[in-house]
Design a protein around this ligand. Structure first.
Ligand code: SF4
Length: 184
């Protein structure tokens, strides 16, 4: 067996949805070797090879695999986290077992969708960024035609939670997000 076990180490309020939780679990083995194979078999992954992360979206949940830990966002409770982690462990093991029949995919793949970005913007269409609507801004951002820092309202305290999730998503997709923003 490639991955034997996992252990939940942190249960925190979810940054994207205060009614839900964010869970961090350590894994018993380093799992990054399986990322390019998972990236090949799963739809909608974002594989950041240099950063060694693989982000999976499953039923509105955001799951990010790192070499030695996994983070789950928008989770109902620990029971749901356990179910997802158990599913992930099986998926990782099955994929690893079949790896010789899978062509590994090292590309970033899963293009970030403008709508995914739009949902994490303030949504006020205030035009401060020079665009008529937040959706227009999201379309330009996904095409790398505008920088995230142009959305001034996003940097207010009110949008701290959305900002954090958005920056994680952008970072995972290989967009340039300064570390100072990731920590904010
Ligand atoms: S500045 Fe931000 S909130 Fe205002 S329209 Fe642009 S993207 Fe939307």
């Amino acid at each position: 067996m490639f991955l034997h076990s996992y252990k939940i180490t942190h249960t925190l309020p979810c940054l994207a949805d205060p009614m839900k939780i964010r869970v961090i679990a350590d894994v018993s083995e380093e799992i990054q070797e399986v990322f390019p194979y998972l990236n090949a078999v799963l739809k909608g992954c974002i594989y950041n090879h240099p950063a060694n992360t693989l982000t999976i979206r499953k039923d509105q949940k955001l799951i990010t695999l790192h070499a030695v830990h996994i983070t789950l966002a928008k989770i109902e409770d620990e029971k749901e986290a356990e179910e997802i982690l158990s599913w992930l462990r099986d998926l990782i093991n099955e994929t690893y077992e079949k790896r010789e029949q899978i062509e590994p995919n090292y590309s970033m793949a899963a293009e970030l969708k403008a709508l995914d970005i739009f949902k994490l913007l303030p949504g006020t269409s205030c035009k401060k960024c020079g665009e008529l609507t937040c959706l227009a801004f999201a379309v330009k951002l996904v095409g790398r035609d505008i920088e995230i820092k142009k959305c001034d309202p996003l940097f207010s305290e009110k949008y701290q939670e959305k900002r954090k999730v958005l920056f994680e998503l952008l970072h995972a997709a290989g967009y340039d997000v300064p570390n100072v923003f990731l920590d904010s």
